[in-house]
Design a protein around this ligand. Structure first.
Ligand code: F6P
Length: 328
């Protein structure tokens, strides 16, 4: 183990996700285990620039494994995108005697970490935390499983009322440019149609398919729409298009929004966060840097930041075929 690293900082950055607290807890307790000290940085890179730090010990992270959000708070820092902002960040790390840093977040967080490493050669390890599951080199990101369960629970409720009134509901889910939440929650909730950015099947096909399922005896329908889907300008315009071209149902729209980011993390997310947190500290102590700790086929993987942010995150489109067959 590399003895030079004695004081490790941890932060959460970008959109929060359930399980971030569990990851912070694992990082802090691993530091204690390996006789290092740890520092929490509030509000991600913005707090780093402002020197908003707190000393953390094993008891500072008690009773948080079950809590949604992040007690260190999160932010998207515009200032860190500037050279001056990064210089302030580096000065604060040096003044705080911080030797290395664990950043928990998504692609924006890792892009910042990679730039910072290139400029200052400062050891940073990333942990993927985002509900979007849009990071390359890891099968899962912390928070994704919880978000899926939240979405499925919400759609189950929508289905009750949709069915009582013979209505069609368009349900918009998050994911930015990735369809992972829509596709998996859509299958899990038994949606009739799933619209994702990775596959544009066209508005005409949607109308034909909805008409066909209505003729086959369906009395209500759920269409899950990923927020990044390109089929309509937005979900309200898509609803209007369906109203104009299909008179089989009364059409309603529900945008699930930020409720998908909250809530107590699932057991899967807590375990994932704990595994990645421990490995992140161990990787730093072994002298590793400029990489993300992810999970591939349930094994821990070390993925260079460059690869993690490459955008080459393959969605399993076979799931669309499955969805098509079972929504008949
Ligand atoms: O990246 C997580 C995410 O929730 C996306 O799914 C969504 O597009 C975005 O963040 C929303 O960002 P904000 O909370 O800044 O509105």
């Amino acid at each position: 183990m590399n003895k030079k690293i004695q004081n490790i900082a941890v932060m959460t950055s970008g959109g929060d996700s359930p399980g971030m607290n569990a990851a912070i807890r694992a990082v802090v307790r691993s530091c204690v285990f390996y006789n290092c000290t740890s520092v929490g940085i509030y509000r991600g890179y913005q707090g780093l620039i402002e020197g908003d730090f707190i000393h953390l010990d094993a008891r500072s992270v008690k009773n948080i494994i079950n809590k949604g959000g992040t007690f260190l708070k999160s932010a998207r820092s515009k200032e860190f995108e500037t050279k001056e902002g990064r210089q302030k960040a580096y000065d604060n790390l040096k003044n705080g005697n911080i030797d290395a840093m664990v950043v928990i977040g998504g692609d924006g967080t890792f892009t910042g970490a990679n730039v910072f490493y290139q400029e200052y050669n400062f050891p940073i390890i990333g942990i993927p935390g985002t509900i979007d599951n849009d990071i390359s080199g890891t099968d899962y990101t912390i928070g994704y499983d919880t978000a899926l369960n939240t979405v499925v629970e919400a759609i189950d409720k929508i289905r009750d009322t949709a069915n009582s009134h013979n209505r069609l509901f368009l349900v918009e889910v998050m994911g930015r440019n990735a369809g992972d939440i829509a596709l998996n929650a859509g299958i899990g909730a038994g949606a009739e149609e799933i619209l994702i950015p990775e596959e544009d099947l066209g508005k005409e096909r949607l109308i034909k398919s909805l008409a066909k399922s209505k003729q086959s005896g369906k009395t209500s329908s759920i269409v899950v729409v990923s927020e990044g889907d390109q089929i309509g300008k937005n979900i309200l315009e898509l609803a209007d298009y369906i109203r104009e071209n299909l008179d089989a149902y009364e059409v309603k729209v529900t945008v699930l929004g930020h409720l998908q980011r909250g809530g107590s993390p699932s057991c899967y997310d807590r375990v994932l966060a704990s595994r990645l947190g421990v490995k992140a500290v161990e990787a730093l102590l072994e002298g590793k840097k400029d990489l993300m700790i992810g999970v591939q086929s349930n094994k821990i993987a070390e993925v260079p930041f460059k690869e993690a942010i490459s955008g080459e995150n393959e969605l399993d489109l076979e799931l669309l075929r499955i969805a098509d067959i079972i929504s008949i």
